[in-house]
Each structure stands twice: as C-alpha cells, then as structure tokens.
Design a protein around this ligand. Structure first.
Ligand code: A2P
Length: 282
C-alpha cells in the first residue's frame, strides 16, 4: 500500500486511501503552501469544503503543482446555508469555479440537518441530492456522498436517491469509533471517511499510545493513522506544518498487530467525541 493505493467506491470509482485534510486551514498563503507541501510529499487526494473558505487556495496550489488533473482526487462539500435544488446547482458551479477545475471527484452534503432546515431537512437533502445526481450525469462530479450523516439521515436519503451515497465522512478516531454508524455504512456499501483522525490533535495526548509508538519507532500520529487504515477507514489528517504533513504520509512501512489494534480499540472515550448533528446550533 502507498498514498496512491485506492479503495473502490460503490459506483466503481477509485479513491486514494489517505486524503489531505484542510478543515481550519486558513485561506491564502497558508492553505496554498500546505497543499503544495502535501502534493510534494505524495498525497494525491485533497479534501476541502465550501465552508472552509479555502477552495480558491486549493485550486491555486493544484494549478501551481503542475500535476495532471487526472492524477489528483479532489473532494469538496455543499455548505449548510444551501437548502434548495437551485441553490445546490449554483453551489456546485461555484465550487468548480473556485477550485478552477472541470470536475469534482467527490461532492458531499456537508451536514444532514443545518439549523435553518432542521424542520424539513429530509426535503432539503433530497432536493440538493437531485442537483448532485444531475451534476454527475453532466460530468461535473464523479462521485457523491454525505458527511456527518447518522443512519436515520441516510435512511431518508435512500428513499429518494437514484444514485446511492458512496461515502460518509464522519468524525472518526480511537476516541470516538462510532461503531454502529460505521457498521451501518459498511452494510450499505458506503465508505467511512475519517475526518479529525487525530481528534483535532487531542488523541496525541493519550499516554497509552506513547509506548506503542516507541515500539514501532513511529509517532503517535502515525500509529493512529495506521489504525484508521487497518480499520478500513479513509483518514484525512490535517496539518499546516511541513514536517507533520510528511510524517502523516509515512504510514506504509509498518503494521499494527491484531493485539495492538485491540489495544487502540479500547481507547473509546479517551478524548473528545463527535457532535450530534441534530443538536448543534449551526
Ligand atoms: P498543525 O496543523 O498546526 O500542524 P485532525 O487531522 O485530527 O483534525 O488534527 C489536526 C490537528 O493535529 C492540527 O492541530 C495539527 O496541527 C495537528 N497535527 C497534525 N499532524 C500532527 C502530527 N503528526 N503531530 C502532531 N500534531 C499534528
């Protein structure tokens, strides 16, 4: 396995097994530099979102890298304020423009129940999904999926969807393994992508991981990302630090034993956990 190894999605498209995360990466020089560093380190899968306000910088970095578009995999997401078919059509075109690309590899509904639509989120998601399906047919998007969806949100979407979601991108790390949700995704042939695979950094504070890291001559971050891969997840580590961007890519020259995997499984609840999408104020 390497950074360019792929999972095959339920629509037949292939997706690189690790993505470079950009949530909370400031727009401008910082985002551009981080993405260029990641591409230089060998990442070929970049994860952004309209809500991160850095699609433009991702687009600039991609253009400056000189890497052929077909060698790259770009994910972006439909922002929470968008709630209609027409709004989604427009949002997709805006992301294409911001990223300066002819197509998006993977486009996700970012959140199942934005506060504005909490009373009629089912219709909002169904309408936006229709626009996403049409964008697939038009060649603007290759694959479509969701993010932060729980089983009841997915069940509703299944009722109207013609194209089934390929991916559910969720907060997923040893401290919150969302076991039931992951099982639901798997049962429906939906790939679980792991955002905040390092728990936005707080996983690195878990003392039990230190000796495991030392025994493999790896960092705690590398151990946790390797755990995510061996679970069959698709980790999306974020960093704006050159050395960490490289470090987080060096995951393929060691393996965790079954006993070590079990040891990490036992860290459920050791740090922060996922937000409940139906209860947040955004
Ligand atoms: P920074 O971006 O300043 O380098 P997550 O991917 O779970 O959201 O975690 C991202 C956070 O973890 C960021 O604060 C990032 O800091 C930090 N981080 C990313 N990779 C590493 C690493 N290898 N070692 C230590 N901290 C890291």
């Amino acid at each position: 396995m390497s950074l360019t190894s792929t999972y095959t999605l339920n629509d037949g498209n292939k997706i690189p097994v690790v993505g470079f995360g950009t949530w909370r990466t400031p727009d401008g020089e910082i985002a551009k530099h981080a993405v260029l560093k990641a591409l230089e380190a060998g990442y070929r899968h970049i994860d952004t979102a309209a809500a991160y306000h850095n699609e433009g910088s991702v687009g600039v970095a991609i253009a400056e890298s000189g890497i052929a578009r077909e060698e790259l995999y770009i994910t972006t997401k439909l922002a929470n304020p968008v709630g209609t078919y027409e709004g989604a059509v427009q949002a997709i075109d805006e992301s294409l423009r911001a990223l300066d690309t002819e197509y998006i590899d993977l486009y996700l509904i970012h959140w199942p129940t934005p506060i504005t639509y909490r009373e009629y989120w089912e219709k909002r998601n169904a309408d936006c999904w229709q626009a996403m399906e049409e964008a697939v047919v038009a060649g603007k998007i290759k694959s479509i999926g969701v993010s932060n969806f729980l089983p009841h949100h997915l069940e509703k979407l299944f009722e109207t969807a013609t194209i089934q979601p390929a991916v559910n991108q969720i907060y997923l790390n040893p401290s919150d393994q969302q076991v039931e949700l992951v099982a639901f995704n798997k049962a429906n042939d939906i790939l679980s992508e792991a955002y905040s695979p390092l728990g936005t950094g707080n996983i690195l504070e878990i003392k039990e991981l230190q000796s495991l890291a030392e025994s493999h001559h790896k960092s705690i971050a590398q151990i946790v990302l390797r755990w995510s891969l061996q679970k069959g997840f698709l980790p999306l580590p974020k960093s704006v630090t050159d050395s960490r961007i490289v470090e987080n890519s060096l995951l393929f020259d060691f393996e965790l034993s079954e006993a070590e995997m079990t040891q990490i499984d036992q860290l459920q609840g050791a740090a922060a956990s996922a937000l409940n999408p139906d209860e947040v104020s955004f």
